[in-house]
Design a binder for this molecule. Structure first.
Ligand code: SAJ
Length: 442
């Protein structure tokens, strides 16, 4: 009898998904949740977007976007058609049949996982959810979070996971600023608490994305594969960062080395050195893996070493800038330095966890006079220092002792820098072919 009930519940929920009768709830309307919510609206679903940040809800309700990749017109149209409802009223979770958790998973001051936002979302779901609801965790986290943290919270309501409530993990794969890959054309990995959970989650994602859904045998496998994806990047970025330090000492052009290695059609994937590693994923996710290993009595030494290398880059950049200034008989102290680009990666207006902030902090400690140029950002906050960015002008260039390119946004007038700067230190090997005699790159 139970098997029949279970299958009839799965059939009903799957049918409601297929016919778009199912209502979808997204908890967390940041750079992951907001694009996902509007993509799901575009696939014909009614979506309620939940966020506890009243400012975000206010902006969305007035048709404004706070995510660079999300045009306001799409939000306005979705709200106008009454297909998207932003709210901070979590009791409305009772109205939805599928709930996707897209909340931040930062680290604590000590560098350990902070999953408090996941726990908070799980409690909000447990207190409000209706039966026959599919709950999917998408936030990057350590293996075991879905099974050992989220599941017990949902089960407080005496529900049977896999029969009354379906629970799965599917790592988000949003790449801010990426024009080629979006929610719909990026394959999705799914791991369910039970076969039925995986089945319902697969049915859901197959209605939302136009490419394949890859089911793994448990949420832990899905949680771990996301950490592999991003730790792979962290370690390879650390490799080229260390190579850039070796090449500097050996007077070899690291960029030429990488270009040459990239001619190998198999077994090599190019990464580029920079002033450090920023964003919410790459500096953070490997720390979740490191911590998870330690909980099992093993230290992931490679991750630790890679972290140290990436974290050494801001100092490496400042030391080299000081060297180039000394070559012109100038010192960092009281030097007029123009920092160009503070976003954590090109064409992204997010400077939180950007390595540029670390470089700026060190330059300030050395009593540099800083001006910040970043066309995507109005005001930069670095610890207790707040400054407005300035326009890139000829006068600014003529007054500067050095121009330090930290993030090579596309829409920067590099020709103006090239023509008027007394010294350029480019940490990104910006695509522009500089002719300035005092042009240096990482
Ligand atoms: N970076 C380098 N050298 C590189 C690549 C990146 O220094 O070769 C730096 C960037 O400047 C940035 C940081 O590392 O400061 C992270 O860059 P990222 O390209 O990894 O961009 P993220 O942080 O937006 O990573 C996202 C991730 N997406 C998800 O977690 C869903 C990551 O998995 C993607 O692979 C990545 O985008 C991507 O490929 O762009």
């Amino acid at each position: 009898m139970k098997t029949t009930i279970k299958s009839s519940k799965i059939v009903k929920l799957s049918e409601n998904i297929a016919t778009r009768k199912a209502k979808i709830g997204i908890i967390g309307l940041g750079y992951v949740g907001l694009p996902l919510a509007l993509e799901i609206v575009d696939k014909g679903f009614q979506v309620i977007g939940f966020d506890k940040n009243d400012d975000k809800i206010g902006l969305l309700r007035s048709g404004q976007s706070y995510i660079a990749d999300m045009p306001a017109i799409i939000i306005q149209q979705a709200i106008h058609k009454e297909k998207f409802e932003p709210t901070n009223n979590f009791t409305k979770l009772a109205e939805v049949n599928v709930i996707i958790i897209c909340v931040p998973t930062p680290t604590t001051e000590e560098g350990t996982p902070n999953i408090s936002y996941i726990v908070e979302a799980a409690h909000a779901i447990e207190q409000n959810m209706s039966k026959d609801t599919l709950v999917i965790l998408e936030s990057t986290t350590y293996p075991g979070t879905t099974e050992d943290i989220v599941r017990p919270i949902l089960e407080k309501q005496n529900v049977q996971i896999g029969q009354d409530i379906f629970l799965a993990y599917s790592p988000e794969r949003i790449d801010p600023g990426n024009r080629n890959f979006s929610v719909t054309n990026t394959p999705k990995v799914v791991g369910g608490i039970s076969q039925s959970c995986a089945e319902v989650a697969r049915v859901f994602y197959e209605t939302v994305i136009n490419t394949n859904v890859y089911t793994v045998k448990s949420p832990k496998v899905a949680e771990m594969e996301k950490l592999l994806e991003n730790t792979f990047r962290q370690i390879n970025i650390a490799l080229v960062n260390e190579m850039s330090q070796l090449c500097y000492k050996m007077d070899i052009d690291i960029w030429e080395v990488i270009d040459a290695a990239s001619t190998k059609p198999y077994g090599f994937m190019p990464f580029t050195p920079g002033p450090g590693v920023g964003g919410h994923c790459i500096p953070v996710d490997p720390k979740y893996l490191l911590w998870a290993g330690q909980q099992h009595g093993i230290t992931a030494t490679l991750i630790e070493a890679a972290d140290k290398i990436n974290e050494s880059m801001p100092n490496f950049v400042v030391e080299r800038l000081a060297h180039y200034l000394n070559m012109q008989e100038k010192n960092l102290h009281d030097a007029e330095v123009v920092v160009v680009g503070v976003g954590y990666k090109p064409n992204v207006n997010d400077f939180r966890e950007s390595p540029a902030l670390d470089v700026i902090n060190i330059l300030r400690e050395k009593h540099c006079n800083l001006k910040i140029v970043d066309p995507l950002i109005e005001t930069v906050v670095v610890d207790n220092w707040k400054t407005n960015t300035v326009p890139l002008t000829e006068e600014l260039m003529l007054r500067a002792d050095a121009v330090l390119i930290l993030t090579n946004h596309t829409n920067i007038n590099y020709a103006l820098i090239d023509e008027h700067a007394a010294l350029i230190f480019d940490t990104r090997n910006t695509y522009f072919s500089f002719e300035n005699v005092n042009y240096y790159k990482l």
